[in-house]
Design a protein around this ligand. Structure first.
Ligand code: PLP
Length: 401
């Protein structure tokens, strides 16, 4: 098939919920992907942060292949040793909690929201979330999300969510009432434009939660699984949540979500109170176990920290060269390059030149290369970005030499 045939089929048969580039991707290996016409691209935003180990990591591929021959799915009314093992690995690599499995980030957050409501008991149901946050596309996670454009047209949304400005502790404190049951946030807002929670803010939120018996929920759907240089982003802060949600790169490409919750309160959800037919199947758990193993075996957290420094330095050189770059921020391999104007033309120019990157919030280029990225990949990506910046018709921001 050719690109045009595929896009025509989409036009006829696929509900048009996505803004799409006219690229049909058919094969991936590591940081490289190929389109249906055989053109190669360097992928610095693989699978919207799902392919954290790059495309088709051999350990994930082998695990999935082997598991397909043994058992793909069983009902959660029976035990599954891979789910048990994976829950143990998540628990031991985080805060010793218990885990509920589902299939996506939104579902992991739904589970956290339902947990917080039951935990709150009668009368306590409000959850404070942050402006510019993103928690998913189900009705409750849309309500939790702090961006109006995500909510538009879907009223009435579930009640019980209040939004405070990110990194503004006083605003959160003032929003707490006797109906509040939890505070929920991303340690680094991803869709919101790579906004990093400050240490003071995180500490103060934890203290507030302790004082008022509120649950502190960290949405680590995007920041988790080594992305920021620690296995989970909260580990940079030394602030331990009561609940953490995961998805995206947890499965190395297969759909899996998880909610980890403090062990001593895990019994709040009882048999029959929440469920997922597909959640934690042998297949996806086997893949996720392979992801944890690969991160450990290949010392990928070290690689994230090493390459992060290199990438930030190289980006800084570009910032000095091109006035269009306003700020570079992020942690590990979760990086935002804020421009003084729209980033879409630049992202599109990069695609034409063989580099896939993302543009969020209108003017923030988002780079999230997989944890296996090397200096060579960075050199290649940044040379494409450099040329694309040079090529862009808007020269007004190029600094005088
Ligand atoms: N939470 C965060 C922080 C996310 O970035 C996303 C997706 O981008 C979600 C939740 C929703 O995840 P999913 O698309 O798997 O439902």
């Amino acid at each position: 098939m050719k690109t045009k045939e595929v896009t025509d089929l989409y036009g006829k048969y696929v509900v048009p919920t996505y803004t799409q580039s006219p690229l049909v991707l058919v094969r991936g290996k590591g940081l490289m992907v190929w389109d249906i016409e055989g053109k190669q691209y360097l992928d610095f935003f693989p699978g919207w942060a799902v392919s954290g180990l790059g495309h088709c990591h051999p350990m994930v591929v082998n695990a999935v292949k082997d598991q397909c021959k043994r058992m793909i799915h069983i009902s959660n009314n029976y035990y599954n040793h891979l789910q048990a093992k994976l829950a143990g690995v998540i628990s031991k690599s985080s805060f010793g909690g218990k885990v509920f499995f589902c299939n996506s980030g939104a579902e992991a957050n739904e589970a956290a929201i339902k947990f917080a409501r039951i935990y709150g008991g009668s009368g306590r149901f409000e959850i404070i979330t942050m402006k510019n946050s993103f928690h998913g596309r189900t009705l409750a996670t849309v309500a939790a999300t702090g961006q109006d454009k995500i909510k538009k047209g879907f009223d009435p949304l579930p009640e019980g969510f209040k939004h405070a400005p990110f990194n503004d502790f006083e605003a959160v404190k003032n929003a707490v009432t006797d109906k509040t049951t939890a505070i929920m946030l991303e340690p680094i807002q991803g869709e919101g434009g790579i906004n990093i929670a400050s240490k003071d803010y995180m500490f103060s939120l934890k203290q507030l939660c302790n004082e008022k018996n509120l649950l502190l929920i960290f949405d680590e759907v995007q920041t988790g699984m080594g992305r920021t240089g620690e296995m989970f982003c909260y580990q940079h802060y030394g602030v331990i949540p009561d609940i953490m949600t995961l998805a995206k790169s947890l499965g190395g490409g297969v759909p899996i979500g998880a909610m980890a919750v403090r062990a001593d309160i895990a019994h709040t959800l009882k048999a029959g109170s929440h469920a997922s037919t597909f959640g934690g199947s042998p297949l996806v758990c086997r893949a996720a176990l392979a992801v944890f193993k690969a991160i450990e075996k290949d010392r990928l957290l070290n690689n994230v920290n090493l390459i992060s420094k290199y990438l930030f330095d190289r980006l800084d050189n570009l910032r000095e060269k091109y006035g269009i770059i306003k700020e570079i921020r992020g942690l590990g391999l979760m990086i935002g390059v804020e421009l003084r104007e729209e980033c879409k033309p630049l992202a599109e120019e990069c695609v034409k030149r063989g580099l896939l990157i993302n543009c969020t919030q209108g003017n923030v280029l988002r780079l999230m290369p997989p944890l296996i990225v090397s200096k060579k990949h960075v050199d290649k990506a940044l040379s494409i970005l450099d040329k694309a910046l040079e090529f862009l018709p808007k020269t007004s921001y190029k600094q005088e030499q």
